[in-house]
Write a protein that binds this ligand. Sequence first.
Ligand SMILES: [Zn+2]
Ligand SMILES: [Zn+2]
Length: 242
Amino acid sequence: MIIDFPGTKGEIEESSSAHRYHSSLIIKYKNTKILIDFGTKNNPLLIDRINECDLILITHAHPDHYIWTRDEENRIKIPVYLTGDTLDYGKYKPPAYRIIESDKKYNFKDLEIMAYDVIHSIKCPAVGYKIKGDKTIVYAPDILDFERDKGIVLKDTFALIADGSSLNINMARRRGEKLFGHTRIKTVIGWCKKYDIGHLIITHCGKQIVEMDKEELTGKLQEYSEGKVDVTIAYDGYSVEI
Ligand SMILES: [Zn+2]
Ligand SMILES: [Zn+2]
């Protein structure tokens, strides 16, 4: 399985040469190629490659993940899978949209895919995706936590690709009974230790990661992971084979 990161930035104004474009992911496995998320500030190299993919999966309707919330985009001809909530939120709709339901298994050519609800936004309910080829990855670029038991969601996961909005600053918010926002990389490293995930790749980088001194960041990641989790900060153009 080859995983490409055309963009690795969250919904922030700050930017660097490493994190310029909104987070998205291309997964290539055997004869299957999928893209996850296509935000407003997308990598210009992406549009020419999109129609080579079999399909697009969308995590939620925030514009850094889903261009159709704000813009009409009719160049994309391949099917775009999204939840009913995401479709209803956007001002525009992808030309070939398909509804995907959470907690339901889908087989797309060589890949098995399941969407899981995540706690992130009250207005824009979000999902993360568990994707199975010969190895299993979980992609959750915007997440405070999973709705379901992480023992189930993260079972047998080889690599978790998750939210880099914050290294260690609390970004959880509360409205009434409801929590929303983003988790911290420090917390996600804890999930990896607990559920025995050896590889963590950070994307959707926020202000703290984009602006932090690289040596200081490496030191913090080593301190949190205690040698038990291999943590990589993805950057625009990063590609990895697992
Ligand atoms: Zn986002
Ligand atoms: Zn979001």
